[in-house]
Design a protein around this ligand. Structure first.
Ligand SMILES: NC(=O)c1ccc[n+]([C@@H]2O[C@H](COP(=O)([O-])OP(=O)(O)OC[C@H]3O[C@@H](n4cnc5c(N)ncnc54)[C@H](OP(=O)(O)O)[C@@H]3O)[C@@H](O)[C@H]2O)c1
Length: 117
């Protein structure tokens, strides 16, 4: 089983620290060149692997730790999410409920990641 955290902001860092505490390797990715956050990842632990988004999306289990507004950009990065588990930690702050599937941001995100669990 392989893991990746998409988004390496405040929540991405908190998740990476939890992985490091448990001694589990995890890739971390943003829109930026992994070199740009390699020092941050190394400061958390050797098992935190800075990578590109394309590489991170090869993981079996992905933590979606981007701002809610960015979830469609991540969702369109793969044609299907079949076989992937996506752990959605986003909050739709400031998004009108009418803009959400069944007034639920979790359902909106789930629909965007077609085929994923
Ligand atoms: N569940 C909870 O308890 C809880 C608590 C607090 C926050 N949250 C939610 O967690 C999410 C993250 O919050 P945060 O405070 O960590 O946000 P943040 O500090 O702004 O970090 C967002 C991260 O996402 C990256 N990113 C943006 N667009 C991306 C894309 N298309 N592909 C890959 N990476 C992308 C950003 O990097 P670049 O822009 O450099 O690419 C950045 O590393 C939010 O949705 C927030 O509402 C949840």
């Amino acid at each position: 089983m392989t893991y990746a955290i998409i988004g390496f902001g405040k929540i991405g860092h908190a998740l990476a620290k939890a992985f490091a505490r448990s001694g589990i390797e995890v890739s971390v990715a943003t829109t930026r060149d992994p070199e740009s956050f390699a020092a941050d990842a190394a400061a958390i632990g050797p098992g935190i692997i800075p990578t590109t988004l394309a590489q991170a999306l090869k993981a079996d289990i992905l933590f979606l730790a981007v701002r809610y507004e960015s979830h469609p950009d991540v969702a369109k990065a793969l044609p299907t999410w079949q076989g992937k588990t996506i752990v959605d930690v986003t909050n739709a702050y400031g998004v009108p409920v009418e803009a959400l599937v069944d007034q639920s941001s979790a359902r909106t995100v789930a629909r965007a990641f077609k085929g994923g669990k």
